[in-house]
Ligand binder design. Structure first.
Ligand SMILES: Nc1ncnc2c1ncn2[C@@H]1O[C@H](COP(=O)(O)OP(=O)(O)OP(=O)(O)O)[C@@H](O)[C@H]1O
Ligand SMILES: [Mg+2]
Length: 298
């Protein structure tokens, strides 16, 4: 049973009295089991949001996977979503481009906006939305097509090129921005699946950016990659931030620290804490965040 808690985090000078504040000795069983409702600590809003989520709840059948989450993704920011396995990171990120629509039994509630427009409005076409809010998955998933066609596909179905020359320009520049062009320029006609895992993931990123999205969602994009391929993707994320906004789910706190400006910590479907990445890792407010970042849970 979920129990409402009306804790205010006026913790300065009051740390030892606040049951959830970092530094306290013990957590009750209910707190550990997520049976308490927490008020998110930290700054959930952004001064310049590209995505704003208000009071989001997600259910799979009768099971609630996301509980009253409010969070902004800022323009040109990278925000990391972290938390123990099963806490709802993938479920949450999938709300942002309506990927949960494709999951039978999933129900999303709340107000979610892209640049001020509600993305769950009846008139919104999820296919067009997903061009504006692209997604890169854990396992690289190139289409069973050539390298060239993998990147050209979206541009073609969205009518972004009027000629072969324009399509070439989109494909080559997307591959270039994804840091892959030099490695594949003589392999354009080979199957996308013939590339290495790290190259395939950059191909998927090229495919995503080819349709000029505003936001890129990444769900553990490096977890199937070796450290060298991972470093390439992380460098790329930093570059992509100039033009896009990125929300990335990661299990690697080092990665979150390297690539993101803000970090959101989820626990049992709730957003416990969000703030500047270095603050969340070095000086978290909430005891649950502290436990996770210091390796006591998760
Ligand atoms: N398709 C689904 N049908 C039913 N329940 C689901 C589905 N996907 C996820 N869930 C449940 O929702 C909760 C959140 O899962 P989710 O995959 O979002 O967690 P996560 O934080 O991404 O975990 P991980 O780090 O392991 O990827 C879990 O209890 C999970 O079992
Ligand atoms: Mg997940």
């Amino acid at each position: 049973m979920l129990k409402p808690m009306d804790t205010q985090y006026g913790f300065i000078g009051n740390r030892s009295h606040d049951p959830y504040v970092a530094g306290r000795d013990t957590l009750s069983k209910e707190e550990q089991d997520g049976e308490c409702i927490f008020e998110t600590v930290g700054e959930v809003t952004s001064p310049d949001p590209i995505i704003s989520v208000r009071n989001c709840n997600v259910f799979y059948g009768d099971n609630q996977a996301i509980n009253n989450v409010t969070l902004d993704v800022g323009r040109n920011e990278v925000i990391s979503l972290i938390g123990p396995s099963g806490c709802g990171k993938s479920t949450f990120i999938r709300c942002l481009n309506r990927m949960n629509d494709t999951i039978e039994g999933a129900r999303v509630e709340g107000d979610i906006r892209l640049d001020g427009e509600p993305i769950y409005a009846k008139e919104v076409d999820p296919v067009l939305l997903r061009a504006r809010v692209g997604m890169v998955f854990q396992k690289p998933n190139p289409f069973p097509k050539s390298v060239y066609e993998n990147v050209a596909y979206g541009a073609r179905i969205h009518g972004l090129a009027r000629s072969r020359a324009e399509l070439d320009e989109i494909v080559f520049s997307s591959l270039e921005r994804a840091g892959l062009y030099a490695e594949v320029k003589s392999r354009m006609d080979e199957p996308g699946t013939s590339l290495s895992g790290g190259q395939q993931q950059r191909l998927c990123i090229a495919r995503t950016i080819a349709v000029n999205p505003e936001v890129i969602l990444m769900d553990e994009p490096c977890s199937a990659l070796d450290p060298i391929a991972t470093a390439k993707i992380e460098d790329l994320i930093e570059e992509l931030r100039q033009n896009f906004s990125i929300a990335i789910v990661t299990h690697s706190m080092q990665q979150a620290a390297r690539v993101s400006q803000r970090t959101a910590y989820f626990h049992m479907g709730q957003l416990v804490e969000v703030g500047a990445t270095d603050t969340v890792f070095t000086n978290p407010i909430h005891r649950l965040t502290e436990d996770y970042v210091t390796g006591r849970i998760g």
